[in-house]
Design a protein around this ligand. Structure first.
Ligand code: GYE
Length: 330
């Protein structure tokens, strides 16, 4: 275990973890092991989607490659499990805690506890709505921009998206987990951009909890109550893939009878895009492991890190998906 307490107490920048690990004596008596290795506690959301699976693998593989002792928990989509995991990392006196908050609110108390224990926290993937002094940095995508990219595509492709030919483009939205940053921000970015065209309207919007099953069930109910749906905007690929199943079961052709826009660009989504069942995907990069471990190193070295670290992302049309698929890692 590394002694960040030494860094804090002496306010000097220590160049190596080997050095930090033979420093302060009271911290030394706390440590679970004193081998100079970083111990990171990571509280993951769950395993709700292909994106999450790729994200988990990236974090675990990078930790292994870089000799970081990773304590990993899967909160199964429940905030209380995530808070319990973070508390247990505090008790175990890990060097650094990282997590991807299930929802935006309700983490203040546990973040205060980590701060009081002098354990730095790095947010990955999703943000919290809390005092920024409670965490060191936030690494992840700009979800508002992702929603905007989806909205821009629809505005640009409005004519083709009026499948029913009635001059109105009726969009149903499959939202991510209620209260989660990507669900809130993607809806916001999308809504902002579609304002540019009066004929586009979100006629129904409901959570599918970022899962394939959730997307399927919500889409089934949308299809039962409305036969004028032109477009599905799903906050992730998995829900879009669930919607495809529901659309096919209703005897309609996804991508043609109903246009589909999703976010993530995981392999299954990209395959459906290349097959013409999805029309446009906004990329959200799950491979955060290398940047996360790098930030952890820097924080524990006492280096300054930016408050916000963005990931690089693009978008895919059907032709672009065909070209990108052979090299797609996840
Ligand atoms: O888009 C979705 C996942 O937080 C960016 O969570 C992540 C989202 C991702 O379940 O597939």
């Amino acid at each position: 275990m590394v002694k960040k307490t030494l860094v804090a107490a002496t306010a000097i920048t220590l160049s190596t973890f080997a050095l930090t690990s033979c420093g302060s004596s009271d911290a030394a008596s706390d440590s679970a092991s004193d081998d100079g290795k970083i111990t990171m506690g990571f509280a993951q959301v769950g395993a709700e989607s292909g994106w999450r699976t790729a994200n988990t693998k990236s974090i675990q593989d990078t930790a292994k490659d870089e000799g970081i002792d990773l304590k990993f928990t899967d909160a199964q989509g429940k905030q209380e499990n995530q808070i319990a995991a973070i508390r247990s990392y505090i008790q175990q006196k890990v060097d650094v805690i990282a997590f991807s908050p299930v929802v935006e609110t309700g983490f203040d108390a546990v973040l205060q506890e980590a701060k009081a224990a002098d354990i730095p926290v790095i947010l990955t993937d999703r943000a919290v709505d809390a005092d920024p002094s409670l965490y060191k940095t936030f690494l992840g995508s700009d979800f508002v921009v992702e929603g905007e990219r989806a909205g821009d595509w629809l505005v640009e492709n409005a004519k083709d998206s009026d499948v029913n030919g009635d001059g109105k483009i009726n969009v149903v939205q499959l939202e991510g987990t209620t209260g989660a940053a990507p669900a809130i921000d993607r809806a916001e970015g999308f809504a902002e951009k579609i304002k540019a065209d009066d004929s586009i309207e979100v006629t129904a919007s409901q959570t599918g909890d970022f899962t394939r099953d959730g997307g399927k069930q919500v889409m089934e109910s949308f299809l039962q109550s409305d036969d004028s749906i032109d477009v599905v905007f799903a906050h992730n690929d998995d829900m879009g893939l669930g919607a495809i199943e529901a659309i096919e079961a209703a005897g309609l052709e996804p991508g043609k009878d109903i246009k589909i826009i999703t976010i993530d660009a995981v392999k299954d989504g990209m395959q459906a895009l290349a097959d013409g069942k999805i029309n446009f995907i906004v990329e959200c990069n799950p491979l955060l492991g290398p940047q996360l471990m790098d930030l952890a190193q820097k924080v524990l070295d006492g280096e300054e890190v930016p408050e916000r670290v963005l990931t690089d992302e693009s978008t895919f049309t059907q032709d672009e998906a065909k070209a990108a698929l052979p090299d797609r890692q996840y």
